[in-house]
Structures are given as structure tokens and as C-alpha cells.
Design a protein. Sequence first.
Length: 306
Amino acid sequence: MKVLVIGSHGFLGKHVKAILDKENKYNVLEITGKDHVDITQQVALDNYMSEFKPKIIINCAAFVGGISYGYKYPAKMLSENSSMAINLYNLSLKHNVEKLINPISNCAYPGKLTTYKEEQFFEGPPDKSVYNYGISKRLYVQLGKSFFDENNFSSVNVVISNMYGPHDHFDIERSHALGAIIKKVHDAKKENINKVEIWGTGKPIREWLYVKDGAEALVRSIDLDSGHHFFNVGVEKGISVIELAKIIKEKFGWNGEFELDTSRPDGVYEKKVDGNLGQIKLDWKPETNLNDGIQQTVDWYIKHYD
């Protein structure tokens, strides 16, 4: 069976492709990134699918960044990610794709919630700090339902926690808090700086998912029955940004101090996902605890960035 990984040179896509290659069960196709095939352009994606005829698509492509990125590019966030969603559903139906699998950021949930359950997905707007990106990801879910209702087309939309791990974005503007702090602490230790700035109050609580677990969830979704599938993958366990920073500090063996820049936005105060439905559907749950995952990420970062 031909399985197409879109965004196979990206953070999540690299890990999805690695799992598929290791399993050696599928004929793995790839769209490496926007320079290869721009899936916001319908004709480009149509031509690719006409030639290669994938039966399963795992879509890891997105225009994404941290909170500051969302404030800087609100229109691009909404329009590019929405174009990807519409093109993927329309052309998957046209080319007889058996299943389209999409990761969905948990920021698409209503900003008023602290623990995310599937039945509450549309019960209020996303937080203003991630509003446009969140709306574009909601579109994937609603397209999944409507395309199944009207065309019997099968898709899987998997809501995942903030991901981290090897190959993440480690620049200040595009990364989530964990990746940004790793870069800042690494640079501070290397340059013998004793203070590192953290945006916001340090109080927001986030749940973190090791990227290999996120990739595993998407690959396992291949085996789900036909239908409209929408579920969370997570462990419903969060940690504050400042406590996260202290773990990273310990892993690097850095002895400096953190300074809080409270002029920067915090975003949503608390975000955790209820992963019970996902665990039932996939007969599996995330396997990497946060301490081990951060250690592996720090080790990878030192190896590749030193």
C-alpha cells in the first residue's frame, strides 16, 4: 500500500517517516516540504497525486510557530493552513485515497478550558494568542465530518499536546516554550551567561508529548476502520513553564538564574488533554515520560548544535 507522508523533512514528518521505514510494511512516498510540492496550490498537489496515487496520506505539513509568530502572521496562519486542509480533502476524495490522517494542535480547543475533551471542541473560540491557527485546525475536523457524511470519505484527526524532541524548531520566534528554553540555556552555558529570560510569568501549565509518541499515534491510525475519527492523544498531565525550565537547567548543568519578562503574553493559563478515547481507539498510549524525553532532546541538541 502506498503511504504518502507530507512534510517528511519537518519536525513531526521525519519521525513518522522513520517509523514507516522501520516497519517496512508500506511503499512510502514523501513530499519533503513546500519547495518540493506546495500543497496550498491545488494544481501542484493534484498533479502529484495523479502521478503517484497514494492510498493513505499522513499530513504533517503546517505553517506554524510560537505565540509571537501567530501575532506576526495572523492572515498567513489562517489562509495557508486552511488552503492545505481544503486541498487535501478535495483531492483525496478525487483520487480515491482510502484515509487522510492529520495531526491537530490542542490550541484549537476553546481557550476557556483547562482539560480538553473531544465533545467540548467547538464550545467556544480558541484563545486569542493562537486564534487563527486554531481556527484553521478546526477546519480539518469539520471537513472530516462533512466529507464522511456526504461522501463516505474516511479521515483521522488526532489532537496532540505540544510536541518536543529531536529536530524541533529551536529558534526563539518559531519554537514552543520547551525548544526556546533549551536554546537559551544551551547558549547561556556556552557563553558563560548567568541569566536567561523567560517570556511571561512562568506560571502557564502545558502538557508535552514526545515527538516519537506523536508520530506513533499517526502511524497507528492507519489501521483504524473506515469512518470519521476525531480523538486526543495525551496523558492529562501538565507542568508550569518555570518548572519545565528548571528541569532543562538541570539537564544542561547550568547554574544561572531565570528572569521573567512579564510584558510578554502567557497565552492560555493551562492546557491538558484527556487521552482516554485515543487510548481506546489505538489500543496504545504515549510511552515516553517528560524527564526522559527532555534528556534525549537535550542530548540530541548538544550533539547537533555544538
